[in-house]
Design a binder for this molecule. Structure first.
Ligand SMILES: [Zn+2]
Length: 466
C-alpha cells in the first residue's frame, strides 16, 4: 500500500489519557498522532468519527491448542480470530498434547508462528507433562523465550512444588501463573455449586475450590517474596483475598475474564453446555463483586481464556461436555457491554490517574459520556499495555499513540450495537458464548505492525506481524 493510513476525526486513547485527534500510519509506524492530520492524495482515509483509536490488545491467556488439538483450532484460525478481536499478540497456553514443558517443544511450536497475522508468545508448563509431580526445566524454558509458566487447566496441588516454582521463577524472571483449583474440593463438578446446581441435580464446583488455592498461593508469594499471577478469578472472595494481599504489599497480580464479567450460571439452564467453563460462571453477586473489584484496581489483566473445542466435545450433556468457550473475537465488546451494566461503580482514583481524568474532563462532554470513557480507558489498560507489561513485551506495546511508535492500533466504535452470528466466527471451533448476545461497541479497524488486517469490521488481510 502506498501512502499513509489516516484515522480522522476520532478520539485517541492511550496510557497518557484521551484526546481528540487524527492518527497517520506509514511503513509500520505511527508517523503522526496530533490534533489534525491533513490527508494527501494516495492516503487511505478512515472516518474515525464517533470512535476511539486505542493501542492494539494483548491476550495473556489464549488456548491455541497447538500441538495436538488442531481439530479445535490452528495457529492460523486462532490468530485470525485474535486479529478480528483487536489483538496484536497472544500468549499460547501450554496445556497442549503433548504439554509445552521443554525447550524443544516450545521451539517446535514457535517455529510455526512466523507468518501469522498476530504475534504468538509461548508459555511453558510449571511441571513436567502438567502432572504436578516434578518441575519442568524452568531455566531452560526461560532461555527458550518463555515469559510465563503455568499448569493452566489444573492447579499445582503440591504446595511445596508451587513454592519451589515461585522461588525459581523469581530468580529466572518468569511469571508463575496459577489456575486456582483444589482438586479434592472440585470433586468432578460441572457448574457453580449453589441452589441452581442443587435444583438441576448437577455436581457443583464450590467457590472454596478456587479460594483455598488463592489463599495458599498468596501466602507462598508472601513467604518467598516471589511474583505470583492468579488466572481467571471468578468469585468475590477471591478478589477480596487479592485486594488484601496487595494492600499488604504481596507481589501478586490477578486476571479476570470477559465471560465472568458478563455472564452468570443461569445461562446453563437455558442454553446449555456452551456456557460450561472452568472456573464456572457464578451467581450474579459474584459477577457484581468482580466489577466492584475491577473498579478498585484489584485486577491487573483481563485475559480471554479463549478455549476452542470441536463440536462433538461441546454438543453433549452438561455432565459430559468439555469446559471452555471462545473469547478472542468478542472480548473487548463483551467487557465494554458488561461495563455499561456496571456503570454505577465509580472507578477509583488509583485506577484512573489524575492526568487521565484531566484529559477526559478537557474533552468537555456530558458526564455520562465521561464515565463511559473512564471505564473504557481502564478496560483498555487491562487488555493492552498491562498484559504486555506482565509478559515483558517491551517498547512496541507500551500503549502510547505517538509518532515513532510501532503501528499496533485498533478503532473501536463505542456506539455501535450488534449481535454476533455463527458465520462471523473465525475460529475453527464454534463454541462462542456471544452468538445471539447483543453487544455494545464494535471493532472496526485493526492495524498490526502497520498492516491493516481489519477494515470496516471485516477481515481484509491475513497480514504478518513481522
Ligand atoms: Zn484455567
Amino acid at each position: 500500500m502506498s501512502g499513509r493510513l489516516v484515522f480522522k476525526g476520532g478520539l485517541l486513547l492511550d496510557r497518557a489519557g484521551i484526546r481528540g485527534g487524527d492518527l497517520a500510519i506509514e511503513g509500520g509506524v505511527i508517523v503522526a498522532a496530533q490534533t489534525e492530520v491533513e490527508p494527501t492524495s494516495g492516503d487511505t482515509v478512515v472516518d474515525a468519527g464517533g470512535g476511539v483509536v486505542i493501542p492494539a490488545l494483548v491476550d495473556a491467556h489464549t488456548h491455541l491448542r497447538v500441538p495436538g488439538g488442531e481439530e479445535a483450532e490452528t495457529l492460523v484460525t486462532g490468530t485470525m480470530a485474535a486479529a478480528m478481536g483487536g489483538y496484536a499478540a497472544v500468549l499460547a497456553m501450554p496445556n497442549t498434547t503433548p504439554a509445552l514443558d521443554s525447550p524443544a517443544r516450545i521451539a517446535q511450536m514457535l517455529a510455526a508462528t512466523g507468518n501469522l497475522p498476530v504475534m504468538v508468545l509461548a508459555s511453558g508448563a510449571i511441571t513436567k507433562e502438567r502432572a504436578g509431580t516434578e518441575l519442568s526445566p524452568l531455566a531452560a524454558l526461560a532461555k527458550a523465550g518463555v515469559r510465563l509458566v503455568t499448569d493452566d487447566g489444573s492447579g499445582v496441588q503440591d504446595a511445596n512444588l508451587m513454592r519451589r516454582a515461585l522461588q525459581y521463577g523469581a530468580e529466572l524472571g518468569l511469571t508463575v501463573a496459577e489456575h486456582c483449583e483444589v482438586e479434592s474440593l472440585f470433586g468432578g463438578g460441572v457448574m457453580n455449586e449453589g441452589p441452581l446446581s442443587a435444583n438441576l441435580g448437577l455436581r457443583g464446583i464450590p467457590a472454596v475450590a478456587e479460594e483455598v488455592m488463592v489463599a495458599r498461593d498468596i501466602e507462598l508469594a508472601r513467604a518467598t517474596g516471589a511474583r505470583l499471577h492468579l488466572l481467571h478469578l471468578s468469585t468475590g472472595r477471591s478478589a477480596a483475598l487479592v485486594a488484601r494481599a496487595k494492600a499488604d504489599g504481596v507481589p501478586v497480580t490477578a486476571e479476570v475474564t470477559p465471560h465472568h464479567l458478563l455472564f452468570t450460571e443461569d445461562l446453563l439452564l437455558d442454553y446449555g453446555s456452551v456456557y460450561k467453563v472452568n472456573p464456572p460462571l457464578r451467581a450474579d453477586a459474584d459477577r457484581r463483586a468482580l466489577w466492584r473489584s475491577l473498579a478498585r484496581g484489584v485486577f491487573d489483566v483481563i485475559g480471554t481464556d479463549h478455549a476452542p473445542h470441536p463440536r462433538w466435545r461441546k454438543e453433549a450433556t452438561l455432565d459430559d461436555a468439555a469446559f471452555g468457550m471462545l473469547g478472542l473475537q468478542h472480548a473487548l465488546a463483551a467487557v465494554y457491554t458488561g461495563a455499561l451494566g456496571a456503570i454505577e461503580e465509580r472507578v477509583r482514583p488509583e485506577c484512573l490517574p489524575p492526568e487521565v481524568v484531566a484529559s477526559i474532563t478537557k474533552l468537555g462532554i456530558a458526564e455520562a459520556k465521561e464515565t463511559r470513557l473512564g471505564w473504557l480507558w481502564l478496560i483498555v489498560a487491562l487488555m493492552s499495555w498491562q498484559p504486555a507489561h506482565l509478559l515483558g513485551l517491551g517498547e512496541d506495546f507500551v500503549g502510547s499513540l505517538v509518532a515513532g511508535a510501532r503501528a499496533n492500533v485498533v478503532l473501536f466504535n463505542q456506539s455501535s450495537e450488534w449481535t454476533p452470528t455463527a458465520t462471523s466466527i473465525l475460529s475453527k471451533a464454534g463454541n462462542s458464548p456471544y452468538l445471539g448476545v447483543r453487544l455494545a461497541g464494535r471493532i472496526e479497524e485493526v492495524v498490526v505492525a502497520g498492516r491493516r488486517l481489519v477494515g470496516s469490521g471485516e477481515l481484509i488481510s491475513e497480514g504478518n506481524w513481522q
